[in-house]
Each structure stands twice: as structure tokens, then as C-alpha cells.
Design a binder for this molecule. Structure first.
Ligand SMILES: C[S@@+](CC[C@H](N)C(=O)[O-])C[C@H]1O[C@@H](n2cnc3c(N)ncnc32)[C@H](O)[C@@H]1O
Length: 258
């Protein structure tokens, strides 16, 4: 078995085994909702009312984003290799068109979608080049390609100011937060050097429109702090992220198929 097969099976086993817990860990915490809302608002701003008839969510999991996408797209398709997460997605959101498949071989014809979106999943695929190629293939010309929340390999560096903000956040949580969500032990996932990932995206043929990073401060469940976090995200995006480019924890990409 090659590296992709080994890693991909590890991921499949993990998500099959933990599917029942997925929403409780990743979707229901208020801190996750703050980030989901921020991401979705940025997506809508980027689309500026552009008409999306058919979109595809890759590595859709239990369908949290796929379902939201129905607000901006007539039809929403989702692909995941884990049967167990898809079972939950089907039950919760019967209107979604879901398929159990691997991202490296999508069961769709060329030029089929107006938008392909990947929310925090690329780093679980272990197949950047293939995923980008498949996304490009199934997208219509001028279609939209979006990546939300992929981990930045350059985040945990002593020269990175965002890293210190993150350390302070963790310390404060340890000291003051009463409801720390269960710490997750997930299988290995990839991290990307922003410049390298950017090159891979443009090399595939995408025209990069926006590319930036932001910080994910997880596990704060206190309402007062969460509203501060939402404000911090805006402030960081407007000022800090421009000053310290591509140093935030998670990478976002908004691109168009040429
Ligand atoms: C971190 S979860 C993200 C789920 C969803 N996008 C969300 O935001 O909640 C990653 C998902 O990618 C799926 N996945 C991992 N490797 C895959 C592959 N090679 N092909 C298809 N899906 C894959 C997993 O089963 C899992 O549901």
C-alpha cells in the first residue's frame, strides 16, 4: 500500500469509529459556531450574490457546511469516504445529495459544479495534488474553488506573533474555562506551508482571488469571551493578518477555475 492508501484507511477507520461523537466535538461547541459563522460570512462576501446552481462539499462529514450551503446553492452534493458520518448527514439533512467516495476519484462528470468547497478536510486527505486536480476537473469554467481552515505549518514558530497569542489563549483556558471540551486524539493530518500550497493551487490552473490565514481559538465556551473572539477575528483579519501575512493558524483560499 502506498502512503495515501495507508493514511486514508487510518482516517476512514477513525471517522467511522467516532462518527457518533463528531457533532458533539466539532459542530456543537459555541467556539466552532463562531468560526463557522465567520467563514460563511466571508464566503458570501466573496460570492457577492454570484449564482450557484450546484455545489460540492468535499469531505463533508456530518454535513454541517453542506446544509448551510443550501442557502446559496440550489443543489448541494457532498462526498465523504466514511459511511458512518454520511449516515448521520443523510438522517439530519435528507435534501443533500451525498456519495460515499474518495476525493481522488470523484463520481462526477467534467465541468459539473459551479462551486467546490473543502472545509477543514484537505489536510485529512493526504492527496493535495490529486484533490486539486479532481476539483478542477469537476468544476465548470469560471467555477469557484474554496478552501476553509487548513493548518499552517509555519504557525508554531518562535518568530510568529500569532503563536504567542495562541499560547496566552491556551493558558487562560487552563486557568479560567470551566467547560473545556474533551481533548481529541485524532490520527495524523497534514500541515501546509502557505506559499507552497498557494503555488500548488495556481499550478493546477486556479486563479487565486483571496488567500489569507486566521486564528482558531478553540474550546472557549463562555459567551462573553466568545463574543470577544468573534470581534478579534474581524480585527485580526483587518489589521494583524495584513501586517503578519500568512502566519495565522489556518489557511483560507478563494479561487476561480480559469
Ligand atoms: C475534519 S472532518 C471535516 C468534515 C466537514 N467538512 C466539517 O466541516 O465538519 C474530515 C472529513 O474528511 C473525510 N475524509 C478523509 N479522507 C478522505 C478521503 N480520502 N476521501 C473522502 N473523504 C475523506 C473524513 O471521513 C471526514 O469526514
Amino acid at each position: 500500500m502506498n502512503n495515501y492508501s495507508v493514511k486514508s484507511k487510518e482516517q476512514k477507520d477513525y471517522y467511522n469509529k467516532t462518527a457518533e461523537k463528531y457533532d458533539q466535538w466539532h459542530v456543537e461547541p459555541n467556539s466552532a459556531k463562531v468560526v463557522d459563522t465567520w467563514n460563511f460570512n466571508n464566503l458570501k462576501k466573496f460570492l457577492k450574490g454570484r449564482k450557484i446552481e450546484r455545489c460540492l462539499d468535499l469531505g463533508c462529514g456530518t454535513g454541517r457546511l453542506s446544509n448551510e450551503l443550501l442557502e446559496i446553492s440550489k443543489e448541494v452534493y457532498g462526498v465523504d469516504q466514511s459511511n458512518e458520518v454520511l449516515k448521520i448527514a443523510k438522517q439530519k439533512y435528507p435534501q443533500l445529495k451525498l456519495s460515499c467516495a474518495e476525493v481522488i476519484k470523484l463520481p462526477y462528470q467534467d465541468n459539473y459544479f459551479d462551486m467546490v468547497i473543502i472545509n477543514g478536510s484537505l489536510h485529512h486527505f493526504f492527496a493535495v495534488k490529486e484533490t486539486l486536480k479532481e476539483s478542477y476537473r469537476v468544476l465548470k469554467p469560471n467555477g469557484v474553488f474554496i478552501l476553509l481552515g487548513e493548518p499552517n505549518k509555519q504557525f508554531m514558530k518562535l518568530y510568529n506573533p500569532f503563536f504567542y497569542i495562541w499560547i496566552i489563549d491556551r493558558l487562560l483556558i487552563k486557568l479560567f474555562s470551566k467547560s473545556i471540551a474533551e481533548e481529541l486524539i485524532e490520527p495524523d493530518a497534514e500541515k501546509y506551508i502557505p506559499k507552497v500550497l498557494k503555488k500548488q493551487i495556481t499550478k493546477t490552473g486556479f486563479d487565486l482571488k483571496q488567500y489569507y490565514t486566521y486564528d482558531y481559538f478553540s474550546r472557549w465556551e463562555n459567551e462573553k469571551w466568545l463574543s470577544k473572539y468573534a470581534k478579534y477575528l474581524e480585527w485580526e483579519h483587518k489589521y494583524l493578518a495584513k501586517l503578519f501575512k500568512n502566519l495565522g493558524m489556518a489557511i483560507q483560499c478563494f479561487a476561480i477555475k480559469r
